[in-house]
Write a protein that binds this ligand. Structure first.
Ligand code: FBP
Ligand code: MG
Ligand code: MG
Length: 337
């Protein structure tokens, strides 16, 4: 049988009434932009794309050249795509409304153009994360507040991981599917349909160097995991931490696991480390559609009411039963407090 290309997968979804033509074409534009980013990332040291840009973003983080370049690629492709009313990026201070004299549509696109920037210069996987919302009725010039919709309102979300192979993982609310870039043909080919995350796991992902800064329920939970077979959980756990959320989440979609970035003393003022609108919500959508769970530790991620475009949150995602364990620790701790 002929392998299914992303375009065909999306056309079939449109014929089945799962997406409309506008959303299909929007997703095609995003996928094309991801191919361009993959090419830039793939040039590495030969392309003059490594290293710092010498600038900072609105969140006070130093930008890499590839952060800036990836943002420009996504911005330019989508600004002219004709399916958006506006877009917002981790690398831009405010939302950007599509100008009146450009082709326009009714969707809002949010993205983390390059996730895991700290890994670029050491040739470790990085990625792009994106989320699609509807523009509220009657809004012609969307501003920041129009993007502040809970994750349950997402109509599609995805990420592209630039690793040994480039893979686009996508959901429009009908399961989560993975496409691998055929570099010779230049097209994404369906390589995993209806991904399911195992409910049980023996693998966790966390930056352990933050341990002393964590809250009490986190200390208790990780102590349990580290105690292994002889502890209350009665089994040994392995640990992985790539420090690119896309790569860590991709591993979880492949073989299960739990990914955690709790709030700690260093990031408490900001609410957490990871961004709700560009990282947590799109990943929560993808993971839930694959049978997993995503929580702040104290509630379902997709039900968080956003208060700011660059809002940060604690994140627990992956295998359902393990996310439930993390929530249990928070619940028990809060009940005692
Ligand atoms: O360096 P730390 O604190 O472990 O943080 C790693 C996390 O930071 C991030 O790199 C943040 O993403 P950006 O590179 O888009 O800022 C996540 O991908 C990753 O999970
Ligand atoms: Mg990121
Ligand atoms: Mg980023």
């Amino acid at each position: 049988m002929k392998p299914t290309a992303l375009s065909r997968h999306l056309i079939e979804a449109q014929h089945q009434g799962h997406i409309n033509a506008d959303l299909r074409l929007l997703l095609e534009v995003v996928a094309r932009a991801c191919k361009s980013i993959a090419t830039a990332v793939g040039k590495g040291a030969l392309g003059g794309v490594l290293g710092d840009a010498g600038t900072g973003n609105v969140q006070g983080e130093a930008q890499k050249k590839l952060d800036v370049l990836s943002n420009e690629i996504l911005l330019e492709a989508n600004e002219w795509g004709g399916h958006l009313a506006g877009l917002a990026s981790e690398e831009m201070d405010h939302a950007h409304a599509i100008p009146n004299n450009y082709p326009r549509g009714n969707y809002l696109l949010l993205f983390d153009p390059l996730d895991g920037s700290s890994n670029i210069d050491v040739n470790v996987s990085v990625g792009t994360i994106f989320s699609v919302l509807r523009c509220p009725d009657g809004v012609t010039e969307p501003r920041d507040e129009h993007f502040l919709q809970p994750g349950t309102e997402q109509v599609a979300a995805g990420y592209c991981v630039y690793g040994p192979s480039t893979m686009l993982v996508l959901s429009f609310g009908r399961g989560t599917h993975a496409f691998t870039l055929d570099r010779e043909q230049g097209s994404f080919i369906l390589t995993r349909a209806d991904i399911r995350i195992p409910e049980e796991t023996q693998e966790f992902a966390i930056n352990m160097s933050n341990q002393r800064h964590w809250e009490a329920p986190m200390q208790a939970y990780i102590d349990e995991l580290l105690a292994g077979k002889t502890g209350p959980r009665g089994k040994d756990f392995n640990m992985r931490w790539v420090a690119s959320m896309v790569a860590d989440v991709h591993r979880i979609l492949t073989r299960g696991g739990v990914f955690m970035y709790p709030v700690d003393a260093k990031c408490r003022d900001k609410g957490g480390r990871l961004r709700l609108m560009y990282e947590a919500n799109p990943m929560a959508f993808i993971v839930e559609q694959a049978g997993g769970a995503c929580s702040t530790g104290r509630g379902r991620m997709l039900e968080v009411t956003p208060e700011a475009l660059h809002q940060r949150v604690p994140v627990f995602l992956g295998s359902k039963n393990e996310v439930a364990q993390a929530e249990r620790h928070h619940r028990e701790h809060d009940a005692r407090a």
